[in-house]
Design a protein around this ligand. Sequence first.
Ligand code: CP3
Length: 369
Amino acid sequence: MPDPLRDSPFMRACRREPTPYTPIWLMRQAGRYMPEYRSLRERVPFLDLCKRSELAAEVTVTAANRLGVDAAIIFADLLLIVEPLGFALEYTNGDGPVIHNPIRRSHDVERVRELTSVEPLDYVLRAVELARRALPDNIPLIGFAGAPFTLASYLIEGGASRNFIHTKTLMRTDGGAWHELMSRLAHALARYLNAQIKAGAQAVQLFDSWVGALSPDDYRRYALPYTRAVIEQVAPSAPVIHFGTGTAGLLEAMSEAGGDVIGIDWRIRLDHAWQRIGDRAIMGNLDPTVLLADVATLRQEARAILGQAQGRAGHIFNLGHGILPQTPVQNVVALVEAVHEMSALPGREERTSNMYEENLFGGDHESTL
Ligand code: CP3
């Protein structure tokens, strides 16, 4: 029986099966760069927006439909889980998220509640359900959570950080407290991701956005075991995208931690990264600032990435990090169209990668790029 969700280009790419064109979606595809989102935000504070499931689902679906992307990501936030863990979360205008009672000493770790039930996050699960129902039946919905290290860094720093001084100090000076904290987070995150899958997400993404701050040895020692524990517990039916930024020194270790798809940023070439992660799918990796340039430039940059991927099965096009608020919407639409058009070559599903390269760079297609 045909199953349009299972057979969608995004899901096929997660499994490294050939696709008629390269699927694309964009991190932060629903957000402040969209005028509709900004006008909604004038009336509704960010946290309220996340908690009103109907609105969160609507934002999710509207963005995906408007852009013509191959997957939707549920509109939520990495930090929502900190409330049921016992932390006071606030989104301040301009300064980003703040946690008012961060972990500073070892004994603060005892305050981190076990997430015995996902009920306090029911509003996210309800948004997943509603978004799944409203999306076209061939557009997968991605659920997500922060990876243990990135989440721990917010709990410890109390907000965004440059040098992660408190996080790294705790990690190095009290191994017992660190292990306890990271184990509790891993347990809570796995539960939360599985609940999103049960509610209707076809795939999940773990955001380890700040893991690039770690040395390779520290990553292996202080982060990898806990990320691995989360990924091992995720229901096998849903592919896991394991994303991080600044990970050029960590790619082998990140792959060992797991993930069907490894998400990379623009600080490394996609072809080099792909060699290093082995038999996995890859997601990336356009610099988000390219979307601030003109359409001819962004097409050229997108084409360079497609050229590095060579049409190999298992490439999901994305930015290397989230869309910037200053981005013109029409450039995002142009990028999605460009990736679809430039990667959809006749016979792509049967061709060898060499033929693809010839077509892409030598043939008639050149003139349309
Ligand atoms: O990608 C999507 O479209 C789904 C929605 C999504 C949001 N946050 C919405 C959001 C996702 C996947 C996230 C993940 C997230 N949240 C991460 C990891 C991704 C990354 O950027 O590395 C992190 C670190 C957070 C924490 C967070 N939330 C920060 C640091 C900020 C403030 C910075 C900023 O960009 O405003 C937020 C707020 C936030 N999360 C907004 C959105 C749309 C902006 C809130 C607003 O409307 O003012």
